[in-house]
Design a protein around this ligand. Structure first.
Ligand code: NDP
Ligand code: 2IT
Length: 448
């Protein structure tokens, strides 16, 4: 049987064992489509059934999260933590609070995380968690009660040497603060390294907040530089307006590009003079308002309720930074027709497989999230390092470290793609390099 046929058989087994988990199937498919040449070079990986083991999480935890809203009404949510793989270090990955969260989303994110974390070259395994809790419209006190209830179960599964959660969609500095407080209260331990993304006043690290967005733009700049180009002077579209999007916009502007549109789930804003970051931060970060409020402060800008920015705002560089599967084949075709040459995934798996294929056929440079958005988790690993040594670094030094990590990931993906005869294919480069690192460590640690 050829390696590809064997991988096909493994993929079908994964689908059968994990029915209905479509996003997980999609993430597995994408990696298995890339790794055949690596398996051919390393028959010892296939012999030890590394792929089959990698596709089965080490542990999956699902729990009840009861909490009371401000009116005294009781709510029951579901909490998850999937501890995917600890070959390279303690499980590491964010928590997502969004009504769409179910096991299939958590597993897709955990699976991606494993390879992403391997690409950083840092000692972190892969995990992910979250809840179907919807923080929208909830008061701070409601969010606090939810976080306290969530941690009342989660605390027994995590620890600085075991599993280190952080933020993702719907989980930012506020939530990490409440989660940390409850962990400390239950365990009676000031264990700074148990969570990352903490506030600067209690063990957080400089540049963690900015890291995913900045890192994605550093990666874009490396890709463009390799092609003899740069972001300077480019028209850019960034989807979303949360943590990743805001700091991606900030870095594009610092490097001389102009972000002309961004969005949230209610629609998008188009500001041809360039998104005003102070206004955006005030609307989205400070006031937690909807994106439409932006145009009240920038009357020349337009708000398209429910609109699709990929189809309506042409750009040279696209940085999808909202959620999975937000760029479909039709969106990709519109981006290509509008002159887009570079797509860099700030979000996890925002591009559908059909759209990725269209970009490849059109010669659009494409950076997969597991490489391009690794700056967030890399800065988390730097936060763990500072916590372990009870140290804290300056903003400038932390940013330099982040940039060095992103350059190294870019170089590695680029070189691996060349080594395997697929120059410029960052998807193959990232998947093969991430897989190789995890596979070698698993092999060395025996059959566990
Ligand atoms: P935030 O919660 O800060 O922001 C998410 C943004 O995406 C919001 O503007 C939100 O709009 C929008 N969005 C979320 N879900 C949907 C949806 N179903 N449809 C349309 N818009 C949506 O999250 P982050 O910025 O942290 O995360 C964004 C992406 O980046 C995610 O894919 C995440 O997994 C990934 N990521 C995050 C990292 C981090 O460090 N935070 C690290 C690496 C990747 P609305 O407010 O209307 O819901
Ligand atoms: O998807 C991701 O890489 C994150 N949400 C960040 C994970 C982390 O542990 O910092």
């Amino acid at each position: 049987m050829s390696t590809r046929d064997k991988l096909e058989t493994i993929f079908h087994a994964v689908m059968q064992r994990n029915p209905g988990e479509l996003e997980f199937h999609q993430a597995v498919r994408e990696v298995l489509d890339s790794v055949a040449p690596a398996l051919d070079k390393h028959p010892e990986f296939a012999e030890a059934k590394i792929i089959e083991r990698i596709c089965e999480p080490e542990r999956q935890i699902i729990f009840r999260v009861p909490w009371e809203d401000d009116r005294g009404e009781v709510h029951i949510n579901r909490g998850f933590r999937v501890e995917f793989n600890s070959a390279l270090g303690p499980y590491k990955g964010g928590l997502r609070f969004h009504p769409s969260v179910y096991l299939g989303i958590v597993k897709f994110l955990g699976f991606e995380q494993l390879f992403k974390n391997a690409l950083t070259g840092m000692p972190i395994g892969g995990g992910k968690g979250g809840s179907d809790f919807d923080p929208k419209g909830r008061s701070d006190r409601e969010v606090m009660r939810f976080c306290q209830s969530f941690m009342t179960e989660l605390y027994r599964h995590i620890g600085e040497y075991t599993d280190v959660p952080a933020g993702d969609i719907g989980v930012g500095g506020r939530e990490i603060g409440y989660l940390f407080g409850q962990y400390k209260r239950i365990t009676n331990r000031y264990e700074s390294g148990v969570l990352t993304g903490k506030g600067l006043s209690y063990g957080g690290a400089q540049v963690r907040r900015e890291a995913t967005g900045y890192g994605a733009v550093f990666f874009a700049e490396e890709m463009l530089r390799t092609a003899g180009d740069s972001i300077d002077g480019k028209r850019v579209v960034v989807s979303g307006s949360g943590n990743v999007a805001i700091y991606a916009i900030e870095k594009v502007h610092q490097l001389g590009g102009t972000v002309v549109a961004c969005s949230d789930s209610s629609g998008y804003v188009h500001d041809d003079k360039g998104i005003d970051l102070e206004v955006l931060k005030q609307v989205k970060e400070s006031r937690r308002q909807r994106i439409g409020q932006y145009v009240e402060h920038r009357p020349h800008a337009t708000f398209a309720p429910g609109g699709n920015l990929w189809r309506n705002v042409p750009c040279a560089v696209a940085i999808p930074s909202a959620t999975q599967n937000e760029i479909d084949a039709g969106d990709a075709a519109a981006l290509i027709a509008g002159g887009c040459t570079t797509v860099v995934e700030g979000a996890n798996m925002p591009t559908t497989p059909e759209a990725v294929r269209l970009f490849a056929e059109a010669g659009v440079r494409f950076a997969p999230g597991k490489a391009a958005n690794a700056g967030g988790v890399a800065a988390s690993a730097l936060e763990m390092q500072q916590n372990a040594s009870r140290d804290s670094w300056t903003f400038e030094y932390s940013e330099q470290r982040l940039q060095a990590v992103m350059r190294e990931i870019h170089a590695r993906c680029h070189a691996t793609a060349e080594e395997y005869g697929m120059p410029g294919n960052y998807v193959a480069g990232a998947n093969i390099d991430g897989f190789r690192r995890v596979a070698e460590a698993m092999l060395a640690q025996g059959l566990i």
